[in-house]
Write a protein that binds this ligand. Structure first.
Ligand code: HEM
Length: 404
């Protein structure tokens, strides 16, 4: 009898097989190389929950200052991304985050509920209409791809008449060439158009304040210090980059996994009060933000492996969230399990500022959806995005059974 030798373990976040299903790769990384080194692509990767969590909490060693994406295309020409405080370390990061948090409060986010319900209702009703008489729609294009950017615009105070255009620009900003690492030119142009739009909005609010986040950012002050123009603009831009695509993908991932595990989705359709369990388990099981990058500021030893200074290290959030040492039966999509250790929104000083908003949006969206249907079907033609860090769908054709 011959025993098959397992293929050598090679992990790359650019690999299409990883985009299709990263979890077998993650399982091998955790078991065989929890401190993985890929010399060809020049990065390291941590996959065990304890290591990822500790790295998040040790910003002096694992720095954000060289950016949080492995993909060089995510930086370079997008000047406003590099300037955001996500790509800074304390104390500058802490100062900016504190100032921004004066405007981006949970009270302000909670006050968005009505707006989220209204926007969601409008797009979802259109999907229900299309589903009548056996019709179909694309959950991403017709619903999940629209809601988060409109909600961000609502929060910032973008008038409704401009929101379609801003959504178009944001889509272009996030647009990536299949498998390519370069920023397409239309994406760069859109980034500058978006910034120019926000520049105009900030100038208007400086003349006349309203109740929106933009006005609050202009007025935010700590010990006499305020945000300057570029700091406000880079934050508005960061919200689009960090909060738009991730939330779109969360919504579609929830629908996809609910379809793969119909008994779990049925729990929510039967009892919509369980909608929060659906959101939380989707975040743990298949989070839209699969990894972030850190750069080592000094030599560091993790599990007996020494990583030199000035190395790129990927924190594999998606792998940590499936670590059996923390989540029993981690490969099962199970509503109601304890997800409190999930690392989907990061940890430590850079913990996602929009976590509350993303959860609120997820709950409102899935609540409306589950209260309006008795079941749903995902049709052939679903397409995953090919991205080194974002996980989710570019297309998700669906048909639903509306409640009478
Ligand atoms: C940071 C995930 C939605 C704004 C982060 C980080 C993660 C993350 C993992 C930490 C990055 C790091 O440590 O390098 C997610 C996921 C979301 C989501 C999975 C949706 C499902 C949002 C939304 C907003 C937002 C809706 C705002 C509109 C931010 C900001 C930061 C951040 C501003 C930077 C915080 C800092 O550097 O101090 N997010 N996010 N995110 N997120 Fe989110």
């Amino acid at each position: 009898m011959t025993t098959a030798t397992p293929a050598p373990l090679v992990f790359s976040p650019y690999d299409y097989a990883v985009h299709e299903d990263p979890y077998p790769f993650y399982a091998r990384l955790r078991a065989e190389a929890p401190v993985y080194h890929n010399p060809d692509l020049d990065f390291w990767a941590l996959s065990k929950h304890a290591d990822v969590r500790e790295a998040f909490r040790a910003p002096d060693v694992f720095s954000n200052s060289m950016g949080v994406s492995l993909d060089p295309a995510a930086y370079g020409p997008h000047a406003y991304k590099t300037m955001s405080f996500l790509a800074m370390d304390d104390p500058r990061h802490a100062r900016l985050r504190k100032l921004v948090s004066k405007g981006f409060t949970s009270r302000r986010v909670d006050a968005l509920s009505e707006g989220i319900e209204r926007i969601s209702r409008q797009y979802w009703d259109e999907c229900l209409d299309r589903s009548r008489d056996g019709g179909e729609f694309d959950f991403v294009e017709d619903y999940a791809g629209k809601l988060p950017m409109d909600v961000i615009s609502d929060l910032m105070g973008v008038p409704e008449s401009d929101r379609d255009e801003l959504r178009r620009l944001a889509d272009l900003v996030m647009h990536r060439e299949e498998g390519g690492q370069d920023v397409p030119e239309d994406s760069m142009v859109a980034a500058f158009d978006l910034i120019a739009y926000y520049q105009g909005m900030v100038a208007e609010r400086r003349k006349q304040r309203t109740e929106d986040l933009t006005s609050a950012l202009i007025d935010a002050e700590i010990d006499g210090e305020k945000l300057d123009e570029d700091e406000i603009l880079s934050f508005l831009f960061l919200m689009v980059v960090a909060g738009n695509e991730t939330t779109t993908k969360l919504l579609a991932n929830a629908m996809f996994w609910g379809h793969q595990y119909p008994d779990q989705a049925q729990l929510v359709i039967d009892d919509p009060d369980r909608v929060s369990d659906w959101v939380e388990e989707t975040l743990r099981y298949d989070t839209s933000s699969q990894l972030v990058l850190r750069t080592t500021m000094q030599e560091v030893t993790v599990r007996d492996v020494t990583i030199p200074a000035d190395q790129k290290v990927l924190l594999l959030i998606g792998a940590a969230n499936r670590d059996e040492e923390v989540f029993e039966d981690s490969g099962a999509f199970l509503l109601g399990r304890d997800t409190s250790a999930s690392l989907s929104f990061g940890q430590g000083p850079h913990f996602c500022l929009g976590a509350h908003l993303a959860r609120l949006e997820g709950r409102i969206a899935l609540d409306q959806i589950s209260r309006s249907i008795t079941g749903y079907e995902i049709l052939p033609g679903a397409q995953r995005v090919h991205s080194s860090n974002v996980r989710g769908f570019a297309r998700l054709p669906m048909r639903v059974e509306g409640r009478r």
